[in-house]
Design a protein around this ligand. Structure first.
Ligand SMILES: [Zn+2]
Ligand SMILES: [Zn+2]
Length: 332
């Protein structure tokens, strides 16, 4: 085991260096891709929705989309900008000493080898934020992931009907010919001006030619390309980020961080071998775990409104002292 760690140590260090140096590039990539989705939505999707959907549905789409956008932008900026929290230098009741910082570590604190410092209730180092996820920005990170996933699902569903008109005119036939969009995109790229294709019954941009073939305008091809780009980017992000949301939702429901998951699993196996039952000391039951995570416990004066709308409230506690579960603790 020790030999394996020694061999892998240079590999870990290379990854740490990449994570550190590539952090600003990852952040720029998030901003660039998100901005492209928003701009394309205004340019190509909203006009189509206004022309084809009922005024009520179009208004609901508009309001819902902007509510998601507000939460995505707010939580991302806060997750990037908010320091995750570091232990005070003169902390007088540590549970251990950090070998790297040579300083006292409060409970749930771990050392980040990318940031080269200890982080309160550290979850992980996130290159997409160029920041550690810890006590003070954990809520922003999680809400960003949730709202971004909802946003990409929302955009994918809003686009789907329009996308179908480009290729088959029918959602069912579109599913059969799912490979067609990629093919059309390649054809659109190599075409300098115009492209011949099979007519689509609900195509708003086509102009019929005498031989019943259709000559697509450059504007049509541009719309086709960007709508396809928007759809496939959003579907890809939904799958990737959606999986991360599921993973973190399970962790928060159990009152543990990503790092503590490994510690708890190891400890559970050890205790089970002794014939006893292990319990995570920070697991207070599903409802209370979530209320604590969002900082909306009873008596704080905060509610789910502070989760559904941007809020800069701090989490409960300073991240150095943690209540632990005991047999007498009230559990939801
Ligand atoms: Zn440290
Ligand atoms: Zn870090």
């Amino acid at each position: 085991m020790r030999l394996k760690l020694v061999i892998l140590d240079p590999v870990y260090r290379i990854f740490e260096q990449i994570a550190k140096r590539a952090g600003p590039i990852f952040v720029a990539l998030v901003v660039l891709l998100t901005s492209s989705v928003v701009v394309l939505y205004y340019l190509y999707i909203l006009p189509w929705i206004r022309a084809h959907w009922s005024p009520t549905l179009a208004t609901v789409n508009y309001i819902f989309g902007h509510w998601l956008l507000l939460n995505i932008v707010f939580n991302y900026i806060m997750a990037v900008k908010t320091p995750p929290g570091r232990p005070p230098p003169n902390f007088d009741s540590p549970v251990s000493i950090c070998k790297s910082c040579v300083s006292p570590k409060p409970p749930r604190t771990h050392h980040c080898s990318v940031c080269k410092r200890c982080v309160l209730k550290m979850d992980h180092h996130c290159p997409w934020l160029n920041n550690c996820v810890g006590h003070f920005n954990h809520r922003y990170f999680y809400l960003f992931c949730v709202y971004m996933t909802l946003g990409t699902i929302f955009v994918s569903l809003s686009i789907y009907q329009q996308l179908c008109t480009f290729f088959t005119g029918s959602p069912i036939r579109f599913l059969v010919s799912i490979a067609t969009p990629a093919f059309s995109i390649i054809r659109a790229w190599i075409s300098s001006n115009q492209l011949e294709s099979t007519p689509s019954p609900s195509d708003p941009h086509l102009t019929a030619a005498p031989n019943l073939k259709v000559v697509h305008t450059e504007e049509y091809l541009q719309t086709q390309f960007w709508v396809s780009y928007e759809f496939f980017l959003c579907v890809g992000v939904t799958i990737a980020l959606g999986s991360l949301v599921v993973f973190h939702t399970r962790l928060i429901s159990r009152g543990e961080t990503s790092i503590e998951k490994h510690i708890n699993n190891k400890e559970r196996r050890r205790v089970n071998e002794l014939g006893k039952t292990y319990r995570n000391p920070y697991h207070f039951g599903f409802t209370r775990n979530w209320r604590m995570f969002f900082g909306i416990e009873e008596g704080t004066g905060r509610s789910w409104r502070h989760v559904l709308l941007p809020s800069t409230h701090k989490p409960t506690g300073d991240g150095t002292a943690w209540k632990t579960f005991s047999a007498t603790t009230k559990c939801d």
